[in-house]
Ligand binder design. Structure first.
Ligand code: FES
Length: 158
């Protein structure tokens, strides 16, 4: 069985289990993303049919909520804080460096599949701005140099 057909079976099972709940679309999308790490394009017609919605309606909800990913995430996700305190402490400069270093924008994955980059709006680490999270680890007072060091360390693990 191919990876994509396994994914579709997962989507089908989730959709069947949740489709009769009131406002089922969001719970289904959350459950699919929890199970697969993203909401594959091929799941849209399955979900739309089960809920008697158009594909455009399902797409609209997926793209409205930035939380939902349409592409497979990297092995590690980097969450970069874009909230006020981090912005005031050089977050914009750091964002520029990270995007250049990885060669990707927010919501994208590096070509080697190692890292995805996502914005986040406060990691609760404002006293140590600018902050980011790689996997489950929170980093504070991140500079371009300390980002490179953290990435090099993480690269050895993935
Ligand atoms: S504003 Fe960035 S951690 Fe709170």
């Amino acid at each position: 069985m191919t990876e994509s057909s396994t994914m579709l079976i997962t989507v089908q099972n989730i959709t069947t289990a949740l489709k009769d709940k009131p406002g089922a679309l969001l719970p289904i999308l959350h459950a699919v993303q929890d199970a697969l790490g993203f909401v594959p394009e091929a799941s849209v017609p399955v979900i739309a049919k089960a809920l008697n919605l158009s594909r455009a309606e399902v797409h609209g909800v997926i793209s409205f909520y930035h939380y939902f990913r349409s592409t497979q995430p990297g092995k590690q996700t980097i969450h970069l804080c874009r909230a006020e305190s981090c912005q005031a402490m050089g977050g914009k400069n750091l964002e520029h460096h990270i995007k250049n270093r990885l060669g990707i924008d927010f919501h994208e994955t590096t070509t080697d599949g190692k890292f995805s980059l996502e914005p986040v709006y406060c990691l609760g680490n404002c006293a140590c701005s600018p902050a980011m999270q790689i996997g489950t680890e929170i980093y504070g007072r991140v500079s371009p140099e300390s980002f490179d060091a953290a990435i090099n360390e993480s690269e050895e693990l993935v």
